[in-house]
Every structure is written in structure tokens, then in C-alpha cells.
Design a protein around this ligand. Structure first.
Ligand SMILES: [Zn+2]
Length: 153
């Protein structure tokens, strides 16, 4: 346990997302669909000094694990992130995110005429490019702020 880790309280069971770029913690919560209204217990450290990143954010969520779709989108905004699964205050699993080839769900296509944005039961799907992501259905590219295209659930 380092000084840096002590800045944010420990959790009993849940997920710790570490090495998020400084200032992106709220985007991480948006990806996970957490806005506080669901009663989740969340601790956030923002702009914590980091040897690796300069400044980093840490997000700790009680009683929640991440789906693969959430981890895939997370990797786009936090490619250096590590995901720690905590049980009884101990980290039992730790892994780095990897950049996926495609991301499903979570993001919404900005094209209002896209089949995924009409009232059709079609899950969004994007190919991951070097810069941004591209809708596999209508080829619209999201390049810039991926965060603003997260599904509001
Ligand atoms: Zn589309």
C-alpha cells in the first residue's frame, strides 16, 4: 500500500479502476452509467500524482463489476487503466485494459438515421480505429469526444 493508494479509502467488495488519465474519472462513471441516482457507493481520486502518468484519477466502486463492453469503451479513454477486483478488502484480480477491435453497446451512433438509433432492437457496434471509432452500420466516425456519445441509460 503506497501513499498514493491511501488517498482514496479502501473498499470491501467491488472494482477499483486505477491509472485513469487525470480529469477523466467522471467520464469513467458516465461509461458505467453511474450518476449517483442508483445509490452506488463510489470514491474518486482526481489528479493524484502518478509516476507513470504524471497525474491520474482513481475510481472505486462498491459492489460493482464491469462488463466486457464497459471495459472495452473504458480502454478508449483510459488505455493505461488497470482494473482491480476487490473481495473482502483484498485485490483478488488485477488486469490491464486492452484496446478492442470493436465495441458493442455503451456508445450511441451520432447519426440520427442509423439503424442503431431508431427504435430498433439493434445494439450499437463500432470498429476501433487508430483515431476514434466507426459505426459498422452507417460508417459514421466518432473522433474527438467519445465521452459525449455514451448511452444515457
Ligand atoms: Zn451508425
Amino acid at each position: 500500500m503506497t501513499d498514493t493508494e491511501l488517498r482514496v479509502s479502501k473498499i470491501e467488495n467491488g472494482t477499483v479502476i486505477d491509472h485513469v488519465p487525470g480529469g477523466e474519472a467522471l467520464t469513467v462513471l458516465a461509461i458505467l452509467g453511474i450518476d449517483g441516482s442508483g445509490g452506488e457507493v463510489v470514491s474518486i481520486g482526481m489528479n493524484v500524482p502518478s509516476d507513470r502518468l504524471g497525474k491520474k484519477d482513481i475510481v472505486k466502486i462498491e459492489g460493482r463489476e464491469l462488463s466486457q463492453a464497459e471495459v472495452d469503451v473504458l480502454s478508449l479513454i483510459a488505455p493505461e487503466a488497470t482494473i482491480n477486483i476487490v473481495r473482502a478488502f483484498e485485490v483478488i484480480e488485477k488486469h490491464h485494459v486492452t484496446r478492442p477491435e470493436t465495441v458493442r453497446g455503451v456508445l450511441s451512433c451520432p447519426n440520427a438515421n442509423c439503424i442503431t438509433t431508431e427504435n430498433e432492437p439493434v445494439e450499437s457496434r463500432f470498429d476501433v480505429l487508430d483515431a476514434g471509432v466507426r459505426c459498422v452500420y452507417c460508417e459514421t466516425i466518432i473522433d474527438g469526444s467519445i465521452a459525449s456519445h455514451i448511452h444515457s441509460t
